[in-house]
Ligand binder design. Structure first.
Ligand SMILES: [Fe+2]
Length: 203
């Protein structure tokens, strides 16, 4: 099996003015690619070498922390990039489910942002789907819903490298602008419809 790759499906400037090309270039080029390269060297000639990314995350959790961290960060970043797009509006099943549970998209976005802003330190703020409803989950460092009963629907990267060039210490503004103007709700809706994260290609 070939080496894992960090993938991104758009150009550096595609998310301006919410995220600058400098942020995307550093975040993807240094951080995301770094996790893929480190993972590839850590798993060479180990029992993880021929496993899928999800299998590596599940088998290394709590056992081989360095491998877990890099594998989970590779997944989390791939998922994060997929969750971003300018000007996308909620539609279809996702819009119905949001309205059923929260009353309106505005209430949902306000609650998601407030929950994300409770996070202390580096990590991720997830929208997950479990037992036919949404929950908000913050995970510390590289931790991820992969291998749990929670299906990842959307994620916001809360590591400083995700926002510091554009928003300095104002993480709340970054979260607010992402949620209101830069989430690919079509991709998020597909996660509910197909029931999770299977079939994604990492190498
Ligand atoms: Fe990141």
């Amino acid at each position: 099996m070939g080496a894992f790759q960090a993938r991104i499906s758009y150009k550096s400037e595609d998310l301006t003015p919410i995220l600058s090309s400098e942020t995307i270039d550093y975040h993807y080029g240094k951080h995301h690619c770094g996790y893929a390269n480190t993972l590839n060297s850590l798993i060479e000639n180990t029992k993880y070498a021929d496993k899928t990314l999800e299998e590596i995350i599940i088998k290394s959790r709590g056992v081989d922390q360095k491998i877990f961290n890099n594998a989970a960060q590779l997944f989390n970043h791939d998922f994060y990039w997929s969750c971003l797009e300018l000007g996308c509006k909620p539609e279809g099943q996702l819009k119905m489910a949001v309205n059923n549970q929260f009353g309106s998209f505005e209430v949902f976005a306000t609650q998601y942002a407030a929950f994300a802003n409770t996070m202390f330190g580096s990590g991720w703020s997830w929208l997950v789907w479990e037992s036919e409803k949404f929950s908000f989950v913050n995970t510390q460092n590289a931790e991820t819903p992969v291998g749990t009963n929670q299906k990842a629907v959307c994620v916001i990267d809360l590591w400083e490298h995700a926002y510091y060039i554009d928003y300095r210490n104002n993480r709340a503004e970054y979260v607010d602008r992402i949620l209101k103007r830069c989430v690919n709700w079509k991709f998020c809706g597909q996660q509910i419809a197909r029931g999770g994260i299977e079939n994604r290609k990492y190498r």
